[in-house]
Structures are given as C-alpha cells and as structure tokens.
Design a binder for this molecule. Structure first.
Ligand SMILES: Cc1ncc(C[n+]2csc(CCOP(=O)(O)OP(=O)(O)O)c2C)c(N)n1
Ligand SMILES: CC(=O)[C@@H](O)[C@H](O)COP(=O)(O)O
Ligand SMILES: [Mg+2]
Length: 637
C-alpha cells in the first residue's frame, strides 16, 4: 500500500521544490510532512517520536540552506525521516527499514543529501567539522555545515571532543542542539539540568531576545560590526547567566533557546545564522512526538519506536499469543540481575542510556542506588564499572554489542589489563534486524576473544543466560555474556540458577558423520536443522559450546577424535569469530577435519528481519541443514 502525501507535499521531491513555496505555506507543508510520517510509520513501523519533533526544523533547514551543497549532518539519524522525504525518497518511504528497502538512517550511498552515515550517536559535530575544515581548505568560504544533535546525543563524550576542536576552528558551522529533554528514556545528568536551567531562565531569555534583535539587525554589516556585537553579546550573556555559558566558554557563539516548532521564526533565525561566520550553536527546544497527541502526551519512551499502531486511536498493536510465549532475553537479564542483586549486595547495574532497551530499568526501579543510567557514554560506562570493581563491587555493565565498539580501549586498558571483575552483558548481539549494519552486533566475539583474561560466553536459552550470569558473579575477572535481540525459547524461564564450570560446553544431540558446533541462541536453529535432517535419514551430532573462551578442550578432543566433518555456527563475524577459534584449536592440536564455518561474512549485511538476514547469510535452519547435506556427501580431499 503506497500512502499518498498531502497536496503541497506531493509537489515536493527535492529541497528546490520546497523553496518554490512561500513562507506562509510552510506551516501547511509541516502539517502534511508530519501526517505522512504518521501514516507510514503506523503501517510500516520505525522510529517515530524523534522525527515528529524535528519536522519544523527539517523544513526550515532545507528551506534556508542550499543543500546538498550546504552540508547537513543528522546525529544518530533516527530523526531524519522528514529529511529523507524532502530529499527524493518520498516514493520509497514505505520501504523504510524493510529488507531490500531504504535504510532507517541517513546513508551516503542512498542519497547525496545524506552527507554522513549515522546510527550511533554523538558523531555529527566531528563529521560536520571535518567537512567544514575541508571546505575552508578548498576555499569554499560560503558553504555552511550544520550538525543537528539531540540533548541525549550531546551527553556523549565525542560531542564534547568535537566542540573543543570546533571552538578554535574558525569554520562555517552551526550546531543545532535539538533539546527535547529526552534520550530514548528521559535524558539524564548534569548537562540536562544545565539545559533546563537556560531554557527556563526568564531573565536570561528576556535579555537574550534583545541581544538577538540587535544582532539580527547588524549581522549583515561586515565583520568588524559583528565582532563588536559578539563582544557585547558575550558580556551580556555571561553577566546574566549565573555561571558563564558552557558553549560560549568553548568559543561557540550560543543562540537561543528558540521554539523549535515555530517554522517561521526558525527560517528567520537560520537565515541570520547562515550569514554569521564562525562556529555557533543554536539551542532549539522541541517536543518529542510533537503533533501526534498519543506520542506528545503519552509515554515518550514507548513512542520512540512504537511498532505498528492504529493512527486514529493511538493503540499500539500487540500480538495476542495463542500459547505461552518465551520472554525477551533482555527481560530475563533484567529480572535475573535483580534476583542476583537481592542475594549479593556487591552487585551493581550500569547502562549507557538504554534502561528500557536493556531492561536495567527493572533494577533502577527496585534498587535506585545500585543501578545507573550514565547517559550515552559507553566509554565512561566501562571505566566507571572498572572503578566500582576496584572497590570490590561486581558491576554488570550492559551495553548493546554494536555500541560496545565505542568502549574497546576501556575494556582492554581499564578492565582486562587489571583483571577486574566486570561482567559485560552484550545485548543485541548478532543481527539487530531492521536497524541494519550500524546496529548489527557482528564483531564482539572476534574483538573480545583476543583480549587476555576475558571470558567469552553466549547462552543458547534463558536457563543458560541465568546460569552464566550466576557463574559470572563467582569469577574474579572480566566475563562477557552475549545474547540477541528478541525472544528466547523457554516460556518457563525462572529456572534455579547453577554455576557452570568455566569453559564447559554441552552435548545437545549425539550423532554420526557430521558434528555441528554452535555458540549461543543460534544453536536453536541447529536443533531445527537436525530435526529436519533426521527425517531425511541423516544423523548429525550437535554440541552447544557455551564458551568461546576458554573453549571446552575435552569436548573438542571428543569431537575431532570422532568426526572428520564439522560445522560451526555463530551469529557473529566469521573472521576471527567462534569458528576461527575452533579451527585454530584444531590446528594447534594436530587434528585434521573438514570444517565449514557458518556466520556473518566479511561484507556489510544490510537491514531486514533477523531471519531474513540469517537466511541471506546461510545460517538459518535450512542453511545449516543444507551445509550438513553438502558436507555429508563430500569426502576430504
Ligand atoms: C553510541 C550510541 N549509544 C546508544 C544509542 C541508542 N540511542 C539511539 S537514539 C538515542 C537517544 C538519543 O537522544 P537524543 O539525541 O536526544 O535524540 P531524540 O531521540 O531525543 O530526538 C539512543 C540512546 C546509539 N544510537 N548510539
Ligand atoms: C536509534 C537507535 O539506536 C535506537 O533507537 C535503536 O534502534 C534501539 O534498538 P532496540 O529497538 O533494539 O532497542
Ligand atoms: Mg532528545
């Protein structure tokens, strides 16, 4: 079903088309753009509240700027649906995040208007600054560079590293701080309080408006007039604000706060700012979910990415299961951590800005002094955990596999080198699904298993997850547990917990001719595959290795002693992953076997449902079965 846009939006395929409309028509264009997003996301899914919140900003930016020549970088990119629709992708917007369709995030290969590939937060200022410095170097002095960054993303350290550099760069750059007081969950930390302070300070805002008026009038009178105004403005601002303005202290001229839903005012402000040289920041106050009542007034976390919903009633569709459902792994983690923490007062919980996504919010609610949302700050989350561990506490640091890439040095330098007891729970390991390659947790097995001291594990089901979490509390060193996005397999998951000997795998099914070695949840596909194969008269064995590091050596002696044909299966990158570990072990121990490794190949795998991506990469149940069939008939050369 292709959804029809409103009358004006129908005439807009590029920002040049937008510029053909009068300023007075922009309000209607915003309404139609918002409606088009509601119509599509309610039926096809995707991120929601963030895009609604920047509709006016998006229209104003493309109206004022000369994109794609002027360069616009969206932070994270989950708010860029309006941008995509206005820049040539309205017709295919219904394929958003669907296998083979357009990406849910800006992507350079998708459009020349997508200046930078995004998905992970807090990169926009660095990227836009790089572009701005390049323009300056090339003598393109009129070109503008804009980074649009949310208040949540502004809590990421990279954003501050970039502002520190931008402040001394003398480049044409506007940072737009889209402040809606929300990350996915409510935003946290002292910066959030600081921004609220500015937004609500009446005295400051009154003076600011007056300064702005003067500035607006004189901004076109050349650089010496601007310099004087800038000094006056700076003096007034710091006299008025209790503390000096954070951004001004970093040499970024601060403008705002402005109403991010007043498209006319935004057009004026952006037109003025475009003519002011140097790095500057515009503080826009917006409402996440703006213009769609259930999202604007309801639970903003739910409406961040609500799934499909009835756009008229605002009812979010939930599947009504006919039989008891297995829980999500994240919920098993969340409840189990509380259970463990009740028994062991050393246990603490840490998440960098994903309390709902990781289910650490369960512990945050029950034990607020022992569970922390530290903002979008993966590096800090890891080193903060390391600090806790030095004091004899046992931090469970829960980070999505792909976001953990940010904190690699902290894992090595701050945790592993000191052999500290930090438990890393890597959620969303394996293919993330519709979020695509920026979010796939493809590399963690490879990048963790090469770190000395690190134990690397993956549970095949809920019971195993609980056992591994329990085991981690007894192990005095770094311990990682990876599990995927989505449901497990055990509706009755509250099993008693037991300690698993470090490095011990298990046999799932005896067999002959071919052995399948799996790691983690994907082992359930191997169970399906072996059931299919048995019906066909084949009888492969199946082992769930549980540990990538240390590997279960006695089990491997048994496997390679008995089988000359082995298949490894992992929902992780083939290069350097679990299969590689098995082959290395085989070589080191003098065995010879034909080994077929199944997993994520050495290329970028795009977005789609997890099962579609598993199929594409040949490790869905049928793919595993086919690999066994092929191997069963081939003899070693
Ligand atoms: C490095 C990293 N950590 C976590 C996330 C998950 N994440 C995506 S959007 C988001 C909240 C961003 O908040 P903000 O920038 O204020 O944007 P808003 O949704 O409020 O518009 C988070 C935590 C991410 N994309 N990247
Ligand atoms: C944009 C972003 O990074 C998050 O919103 C992410 O899409 C959340 O993923 P989950 O839905 O798996 O929690
Ligand atoms: Mg926000």
């Amino acid at each position: 079903m292709i959804i029809q846009p409103g009358k004006l939006l129908a005439q807009i395929n590029t920002p040049d088309d937008l510029k053909n409309f009068s300023k007075d028509q922009l309000v209607q264009i915003c309404d139609e753009l918002r409606q088009f997003i509601v119509d599509n996301v309610s039926v096809y899914g995707g991120h929601f509240g963030a895009s609604l919140g920047v509709v006016e900003l998006t229209v104003a930016l493309h109206y004022v700027l000369n994109t794609p020549d002027d360069q616009l970088v969206w932070d994270v990119g989950h708010q860029a649906y309006g941008h995509k629709i206005l820049t040539g992708r309205k017709e295919k917007f219904h394929t958003n995040r669907i296998y083979g369709g357009m990406s849910g995030f800006p992507k350079r290969k998708e459009s020349e208007y997508d200046t930078f590939g995004v998905g992970h937060s807090s990169t926009s200022i660095s990227a836009a600054l790089g572009m701005a410095v390049a323009s300056k170097y090339k003598g393109l002095s009129r070109k503008q560079h804009v980074a649009v960054i949310g208040d949540g993303s502004m809590t990421g350290g990279m954003a501050f590293e970039a502002m520190n550099h931008a402040g001394v760069s003398d480049t044409n750059m506007i940072i737009i701080l889209n402040d809606n007081c929300m990350s996915i969950d409510p935003n946290v930390g002292a910066l959030k309080d600081y921004l609220t302070d500015i937004t609500t300070s009446h005295t400051y805002n009154k003076v600011k408006d007056e300064v702005w008026n003067i500035l607006g009038k004189f901004s076109k009178f050349g650089s010496s007039a601007q310099e004087i105004i800038s000094k006056v403005e700076g003096a007034i601002k710091s006299a008025v604000l209790k503390q000096s303005n954070l951004f001004e202290s970093l040499n970024l001229r601060y403008f705002g706060p402005v109403d991010g839903h007043d498209v006319h005012h935004l057009v004026e402000v952006l037109s003025d700012l475009r003519d002011i040289p140097g790095p500057k920041i515009l503080h826009c106050v917006t409402v996440k979910g703006k213009g769609y009542a259930p999202a604007e007034n309801g639970n903003k976390t739910t409406w961040h990415a609500p799934g499909l919903f009835d756009k008229v009633t605002g009812e979010i569709y939930k599947k009504t299961p006919t039989k008891p459902q297995a829980p999500k792994y994240q919920d098993v983690f969340g409840h189990t951590l509380v259970e463990l923490a009740k028994e062991n007062d050393k246990i603490m919980g840490i998440t960098p800005a994903m309390p709902s996504g990781s289910s650490l919010n369960i512990m945050m609610k029950e034990m607020p002094d022992r569970a922390f949302d530290v903002g979008i700050a993966e590096q800090h989350a890891v080193t903060f955990s390391a600090g806790l561990a030095t004091q004899g506490l046992i931090p469970f640091c829960n980070i999505y596999s792909s976001f953990m890439q940010r904190a690699y040095d902290q894992v090595v330098h701050d945790v592993a080198l000191q052999n500290l007891q930090v438990v890393f729970c890597l959620d969303r390991a394996g293919f993330a699904g519709a979020d695509g390659p920026t979010h796939h947790g493809a590399y963690d097995i490879a990048y963790f298993r090469c770190i000395p001291n690190m134990v690397v594990t993956a549970p095949m089901d809920e019971e195993e997850l609980r056992n591994l979490m329990f085991t981690a509390t007894k192990f005095e060193g770094p311990f990682s547990i990876r599990y995927p996005r989505g449901q497990g397999v055990m509706p009755e998951w509250r099993t008693p917990m037991r300690e698993i000997p470090i490095g011990q795998g298990r046999i799932i099914k005896e067999g002959e001719d071919v052995a399948i070695l799996t790691i983690g949840h994907i082992g359930n596909y191997a169970v399906e595959a072996t059931e299919m194969l048995v019906k066909e008269g084949l009888n492969p064995a199946h082992y769930d290795m549980r540990f990538v590091k240390p590997l279960d050596e006695s089990l491997l002696h048994e496997v390679f002693g008995k089988f000359k044909k082995v298949i490894t299966v992992e929902d992780g990158c083939l290069m350097g992953g679990f299969g590689s570990a098995v082959v290395e072990w085989m070589m080191d121990n003098g065995y010879q076997a034909q080994v077929k490794r199944l997993g994520i190949p050495d290329r970028i795998v795009e977005h789609g449902e997890q099962i579609e991506l598993h199929r594409e990469c040949g490790f869905d149940p049928e793919g595993i079965a086919e690999a066994v069939r092929e191997l069963a008939v081939v003899t070693i050369r």
